[in-house]
Ligand binder design. Structure first.
Ligand SMILES: Cc1ncc(COP(=O)(O)O)c(C=O)c1O
Length: 423
């Protein structure tokens, strides 16, 4: 895009938005740069509906989800690559019928995920787990089309059972090319003493004899360039096995639905593997599939001042958005700015007793009011699948926002969801 035109275009988009909805909605315009002014206006109008909610709620943005899925589908139609949804990031009976229309299947990591996928009609189901449980393995065989083992020991343990199963199940081994792209040890699957996958020193030629494929997952929120380096490391370490395999799964961590992701480069990398080694190429992103397709709406419960303003809201970073604490990162709130940018800067904190249950420091254009809604963005990934009722806090409801701005309830949670998991 021509730089001058791009500047003019962005300015026009921002003007249209601020005229219509005021400064606080401008943050929206900074999101997906390929949106037209009309699209930004339509999105802002839809999102304004979220201000009407008076209960904590995760909101799935159907329009954004379809946009992400369309980007994946378009990639698949142009290059020899199959995109699977990693259900660990987002598991949903409601959305599986939609998702399966666009993607090439799902990737599951447990009996429960496999069953949800199976009962929702997802197909094919690819399965990997750090270690399979004997008691659930036979049931898994009835649902999945491929199984990736984490170690040579697990493969040896289950090989006979897989071979005895009447249908063909394609088996693979997770490899660790010892190539590190993730800096944070919490998310780095290839660091020293990693428990994920086999290093080249842990395998012998004979281990690959009856295997169809390999899985390598070493990325987290990365671009195609980190993937290219990863592929080079796989070739360096495991190159001699690639020609005898049928497929390679390049794991998750690819931000392929972002505007700045080079999907052509990703496609070319798939082309390369497909041409050189005749491999079927899979990726299994989770985050990218629901990127920016979810919101967490909460309300301000109290405002206190202890050397600075603090707003307590009716959701919790620890219970409802745990990656904020684990990663850690500061989630965006619609209409907010960085701390100190306006006189109305607040620390936003959750409703549990964990001292560190804090989302971050945010500046607003006017003072926050008790009861006022706050809308956290990008809250579909790794939230509903991970949330807890720690402190007895309620789970936020789940609802859908459609293209007309209608909000339809999907799930509501009450006392039952708290007590049913306790002794
Ligand atoms: C084996 C495997 N595949 C796929 C994923 C999905 O990764 P992401 O949500 O970052 O795309 C993960 C995430 O931890 C993973 O461990």
């Amino acid at each position: 895009m021509d730089a001058a035109w791009d500047r003019k275009y962005r300015a026009a988009r921002s003007n249209a938005l601020s005229k219509r909805f005021g400064q606080s909605w401008l943050a929206l315009a900074c999101g997906r740069s390929v949106m037209t002014v009309t699209q930004v206006n339509a999105k802002a109008k839809r999102l304004q509906q979220l201000n009407k909610l008076n209960r904590p709620s995760y909101i799935i943005d159907e329009v954004q989800l379809i946009e992400n899925l369309t980007r994946c589908q378009s990639l698949q139609s142009r290059y020899p690559i199959q995109v699977l949804l990693a259900m660990k990031a987002f598991s949903s009976q409601t959305y599986m019928p939609l998702i399966k229309q666009y993607l090439s299947g799902v990737s599951v990591s447990s009996y429960n995920e496999a069953r949800l996928a199976h009962e929702s009609g997802a197909h094919p189901i690819h399965c990997y787990s750090p270690a399979f449980e004997q008691g659930q393995f036979q049931a898994l065989l009835e649902m999945v089309s491929s199984i990736t083992f984490n170690s040579v020991g697990q493969w040896a343990h289950y090989k006979a059972q897989v071979n005895q199963y009447p249908a063909h199940i394609s088996c693979g081994l997770r490899i660790n090319p010892e190539h590190e792209e993730v800096k944070n040890p919490l998310y780095n699957p290839c660091g020293p003493r990693s428990r994920f996958g086999v290093t080249i020193n842990q395998v012998q030629k004979s281990d690959f004899k009856d295997l169809d494929g390999i899985l390598c997952h070493n990325l987290c929120g990365h671009s195609s360039h980190e993937l290219e380096r990863t592929i080079m490391s796989i070739e360096t370490k495991f190159g001699e096995y690639l020609s005898q395999l049928k497929w390679i799964n390049l794991g998750g961590g690819h931000m392929l639905t972002r505007d700045d992701y080079n999907r052509t480069h990703l496609g070319q990398l798939a082309d390369y593997l497909s041409d050189k080694y005749e491999l079927d190429v899979y990726i299994e992103p989770g985050e990218a599939i629901v990127y920016e397709a979810g919101y967490l709406v909460c309300q301000v419960l109290d405002i206190i001042d202890n050397g600075g303003l603090i707003a307590i809201v009716n959701v919790s970073a620890s219970a409802h958005m745990p990656d904020v604490i684990e990663m850690p990162y500061r989630p965006h709130i619609l209409g907010s700015k960085s701390a100190g940018k306006t006189p109305y800067t607040y620390q936003i904190g959750g409703n549990t007793c964990l001292s560190g249950d804090i989302m971050g420091e945010y500046a607003f254009e006017s003072p926050l009011q008790i009861g006022q809604p706050l809308i956290f963005t990008d809250m579909a990934q790794y939230t509903m699948v991970k949330n807890t009722t720690f402190n007895g806090v309620s789970l936020p409801d789940i609802a859908q926002l459609d293209s007309h701005g209608n909000i339809s309830p999907i799930q509501a949670f009450g006392y039952e969801s708290f007590v049913s998991r306790l002794p």
